[in-house]
Design a protein around this ligand. Sequence first.
Ligand SMILES: CC(C)(COP(=O)(O)OP(=O)(O)OC[C@H]1O[C@@H](n2cnc3c(N)ncnc32)[C@H](O)[C@@H]1OP(=O)(O)O)[C@@H](O)C(=O)NCCC(=O)NCCS
Length: 188
Amino acid sequence: METARLRFEPIDLAYLDGFHRIWSDHQTTQWSSRGVCKTIEETKGRISGILPDANRPGIDNYGVFIRPWTTESTTEMGPEDSQVIGIVGVHKDDPIPELGYIFHPSAWGKGYATEAVSAFVQHYFTIRPDAQLIEAKVDSKNLPSIRVLQKCGFDQMEILVGGAEQPWLDPPVRDLVVFRTTRKPRGD
Ligand SMILES: CC(C)(COP(=O)(O)OP(=O)(O)OC[C@H]1O[C@@H](n2cnc3c(N)ncnc32)[C@H](O)[C@@H]1OP(=O)(O)O)[C@@H](O)C(=O)NCCC(=O)NCCS
C-alpha cells in the first residue's frame, strides 16, 4: 500500500528497533491504554499481539515509512527513509474493528497521520468486505488525534465518561470520545 508520501509495510518484527523508538516515547504513548514500552522485550510483546494472523483476518496493522521524495523545482529524488515513522491499523475487531495509530514526534504536524489513516480506512473496507464501520476511541483531551479523525471523515458518536483509567495522566480517570466511519456506497 502507498500514498503520495507514504509507504506501508505489514507489521513485522524486522522493524522492532523502529517500533521501539515510537513506543518507548512517553509523550507519544501517554494516550495509549497500555502506556509506554520500557524495554525492547515489551515492544516485541506488543507487536507480537498485532502481527498478521490467518486466524484473525480482521486484525491488520502496518508500519508507515516515508517514500522517496521529489523536490518541485528539481525533480531530484531524495533517499528513501528506511526508518519507520508510525503504525496504523486495526488491533481489535470484535465486535467492531477498532482503529489505532501512533507516530513518532519527529513526524508530527506534517499531515502524515491524516494521510495514513485515510488510506488505511479505504484499504480496510476493501480487504474486509463484511466490515460496515470502523471505530476509534480517543481521549477527550487528545486534540491532534480528534482532528485527524475529523479530517478523515469520522463522526463523533458518544462520550464514554470515565471510559479509561490511565494512572500516568492527571486526572487518571479519563473521558473517551467514540468516533465512527462507515463504508461508503460504491460510486458505480
Ligand atoms: C495524533 C497523531 C497521530 C497526529 O499525528 P500528525 O501526523 O501530527 O497528524 P496530522 O499532521 O495529520 O494532523 C494533526 C492535526 O491536529 C492539529 N493539532 C495539533 N495540535 C493540536 C492541538 N493542540 N489542538 C488542536 N489541534 C491540534 C494540527 O493542526 C492538524 O490539523 P490541521 O491539519 O487542521 O491543522 C500524533 O500526534 C500521535 O502520534 N500522537 C500520539 C499517539 C496518539 O495519540 N494516537 C491516537 C490514539 S487514539
